[in-house]
Ligand binder design. Sequence first.
Ligand code: MN
Length: 381
Amino acid sequence: MRILHTSDWHLGRKFHGTSLHETMSRLLDEMINLIDEEKIDVLLISGDVYDQAMPRNESVLLLSQTLTRLAKRGVEIVIISGNHDSATRLGFGSQLMKGAGVHLVTSQTEVGQPILIEKQGVSVAFYGIPYLEPRPIAERWEVEPSHQAVLTEAMRRIQADFSQTPANARIVLAHCFAQGARPSDSERNIQVGGAFSVPASLFEAADYTALGHLHGMQQVAPSVRYSGSLLAYSYSEEKHRKGAWILDLDTQGKIQVSDYRWKTRLELKSLTGTLAEVLDPQLQEAYGQAFVRVTLTDPERPAKAHDKLKAAYPYLMEFHYQPSGRTESQRPAYQRRGQEEDQMEVIASFYQHVRDRALKEEEKNYLLKVLEQVRQKRAEA
Ligand SMILES: [Mn+2]
């Protein structure tokens, strides 16, 4: 049996206001080709199918078309809801869709119920854990209102089913922060959200755990992996090579894992230098179609810098000016490196977690001013 582990599709996500719908459509075409070529039997989506609880029409249509194309091929699909999804909306018609091989797990009542799929003489029991907000579920399950307590109880319910459901292998799908992830830029959230993370060892009873939530593709423990998001959704993911895991299961239930990297990608590029340096023809040639973030370092702000950059880089997403040669204290507060910036990171990650979106530039600038005022008050006191 061959399984493709994906997550964090985030259909409907925009990048600095620019729609990613076309790129996403092309990527899903690539996915369907891959499924054909690699003879994938089962597709896993470990949460955050949509970017918003109220998805755009075009996103709903794209998911509907993609699932239909796959179901027609006889591909089975197991999906859990993530923190971005509305469980109720994503779960619409789930009982009907089961008959077509589309298995949606969006409710706590389904935790511990196996989805048994048999292909090519191999049987696998899939157990989905939808993203569960600790507070509402804790009372129902009579556990502490923490992610760790809730996921521990979910795994207890799943393991209780193991003896009832004979299978060659057992695969868990979950959407959470797992500790032990390889450190990189996007994992700073884990430190901020210590209370939000769970030990990867929680999943060790499963033969494989297909995680979603973190956007970097990575292995957390021998049998616990993140597939990461389909596309890069922020500049902290600029260096990610996005992909998916392909699992090969033999009749003993032994799992071999290999990776596939998407050819369809969003090219992000950060350019730093003087205006003349950034407008270098070779750079323009290389990144003219990339989503570009420019930080200019000219000692004096060049005239019409933004217009000139926009002409060279039509997908100019961010523009910053950080003149070189000035001492820190001569810079405006919001450009000063140091305490404020670190605190902003903490605030930004927290905001991302609770609101599921990044701070807008004006919100960030406002908060930086507040932090600066607090710092000054403290210095005066
Ligand atoms: Mn998520």
